[in-house]
Design a protein around this ligand. Sequence first.
Ligand code: TMP
Length: 242
Amino acid sequence: MNRHRQIYEGKAKILYATDDPDVLLAYFKDDATAFNAQKRGTIVGKGEINCQIAAHLFREIEAQGIATHYIDCPAADEMRVKAVQIMPIEVVVRNIAAGSLCQQTGIALGTILPQPLVEFFYKNDALGDPLLTRDRLLLMELATSAQLDILHAKAIQINHILQNFFKQCAITLVDFKIEFGVDKHQQILLADEISPDSCRLWLTGEPDPDLRVLDKDRFRRDLGNVEDAYRAVLARVLGVRE
Ligand code: TMP
């Protein structure tokens, strides 16, 4: 795949232009960061693993009627995507309490939530990606009220699809972060990636709170075997249909 001008470099991916102005090429890096890039490292093979996991999940979501930016993968660590303007909002969906929800509310780790919780964070590293209220989102004109309703509805649908999918892999979907973009037709597409970098995934039925972790928390919390956990997720994801 011909790579042209680099358009953007994020913490986990580089975006390149292609011959077609409506198509970009995303290259998935092995670089890992946490805590707003205060912690940095490399997870060997992560680029390929996350690209393949994300591709599979995007196909699954697309098949169930939600538009995504995914086109195809010309190489194991490369994804062709539709060009979109990324909305600077990180949409988090939670099924089980973990991470910042526990830190900010005192709800115990592992508490099953009565219904999925959808939260909007401001995608802004300089400000530390703060949690926003709906009124703040509108005040800052990050999205219209109608767009927020669409994001919320899509997030709930995507959660439903992913929960069912991971259940078949004997993986429990604790929470995840997604991003959306707007294409040239003003259509909102699911964008960025869905991978162990952006989800909390627990081995179903594993009671040990460290052994069950199959996601980037292994890197964040120095639990070891990060690469093995990512590979285990890929193997389970590919083992289902495909
Ligand atoms: P949190 O509990 O730290 O708010 O994270 C919620 C989910 O969002 C979790 O699955 C990890 C994911 N996430 C990202 O993908 N990027 C981030 O920068 C952060 C803070 C969380």
